[in-house]
Design a protein around this ligand. Structure first.
Ligand SMILES: O=P(O)(O)OC[C@H]1O[C@H](OP(=O)(O)OP(=O)(O)O)[C@H](O)[C@@H]1O
Ligand code: HPA
Length: 196
């Protein structure tokens, strides 16, 4: 079984093409942090935003961006998924909803990728429905689909091509969230690794 996963995970990377190096990834994280710091610097209101990381993909991005933020904040996570171990999105499933009140709060939602936008559209709608004052969406990567999405990100680290990508928290069939750089998986390798 271990051999199976080892081989399958490596086969998926065999023809992968680089999308962003580890250095470019870190530069993108820095840009997101700079924009958030600018937005929350010297705000008139006693702004104390609640940062919500959207697990599981946002775990790496969140871990890198949080220490770069220089304003007081509180942090929690939500867990929402719609891809599971697939390369195509399905229904949005909420595994963990916000565990504290969001009422009246400014929320910063951190996620790894805005792809078709279904996940973050639902997240934003739900948070606003729960009484959040404002929802600011910051994503590490925005996939250029060449069409309008149901939600826009307020802050984007990198705009990436319309390819299935992996690394920096993003997985392919559950593998390779741990890669420090971003790679596009070849469609043939994606197909070959599909389990019946
Ligand atoms: O814009 P969309 O097309 O909705 O896709 C974006 C979402 O897909 C990924 O989550 P996924 O469902 O793969 O779960 P994960 O975070 O556990 O990887 C990613 O973390 C985003 O939350
Ligand atoms: O391109 C992607 N890669 C990994 N996870 C994703 N979730 C949405 N799009 C992607």
């Amino acid at each position: 079984m271990q051999d199976f996963h080892h081989n399958r995970a490596h086969a998926l990377l065999e023809h992968a093409e680089p999308v962003a190096t580890a250095e470019e990834v870190q530069a993108a994280v820095g840009r997101v942090a700079d924009q958030l710091n600018l937005r929350f610097r010297d705000t008139e209101e006693a702004s104390f935003p609640l940062v919500l990381g959207v697990m599981g993909g946002a775990v790496v991005f969140t871990g890198h961006v949080l220490p770069l933020l220089d304003f007081p904040l509180e942090f929690d996570y939500i867990h929402v998924t719609r891809y599971g171990d697939e390369d195509k999105g399905g229904q949005v499933v909420w595994k963990v909803i916000p565990r504290q009140s969001v009422e009246g709060k400014t929320i910063i939602v951190l996620d790894d990728i805005l792809d078709e936008g279904e996940t973050l559209a639902q997240v934003k709608e739900r948070l606003l429905g729960m009484g959040a004052k404002e929802v600011i969406i910051a994503v590490f990567a925005d996939k250029d689909l060449g069409r309008k999405k149901p939600v826009q990100a307020d802050i984007v680290g990198l705009t990436i091509p319309n390819r299935f990508v992996v690394g920096f928290g993003m997985d392919v069939y559950g593998y390779w969230r741990n890669l420090p750089a971003l790679w596009a998986i070849s469609p043939e390798d994606l197909k070959a690794a599909t389990l019946e």
